[in-house]
Design a protein around this ligand. Structure first.
Ligand code: SF4
Length: 96
């Protein structure tokens, strides 16, 4: 029997904060994004960083919401360029 206590996603997210940079650490190749009929980044990002602009068909990148989980690097390597946030910015653990 597993006696580990389950922690809700809300409780996990409460342990982090972010220092927002002025420049995005994520770039999307918009032409490749537009050609993808079902872009995985719209579904896999736990922080809803990627949103499709229904008028232009381009990908809006809300980089300030990024949790630095790395999922988009794995799933969409062909048109997402993700770099580590600059030093002193990005996710910060409150109790670290
Ligand atoms: Fe979203 Fe994770 Fe990619 Fe950040 S690293 S944009 S949280 S999938």
């Amino acid at each position: 029997m597993n006696n580990k206590k389950r922690i809700s996603i809300e409780d996990k997210l409460f342990t982090v904060t972010r220092k927002i940079d002025t420049e995005s650490h994520i770039k999307v190749n918009q032409e490749k994004f537009k050609k993808d009929p079902n872009p995985a980044i719209l579904y896999i990002c736990p922080s809803k960083v990627y949103v499709k602009n229904e008028e232009t068909g381009e990908c809006i990148v809300n980089f300030e919401n990024c949790l630095e989980c790395g999922s988009c690097q794995v799933a969409c390597r062909d048109y997402v360029v993700w770099d580590n946030p600059r030093g002193g910015t990005g996710v910060i653990f409150k109790y670290g």
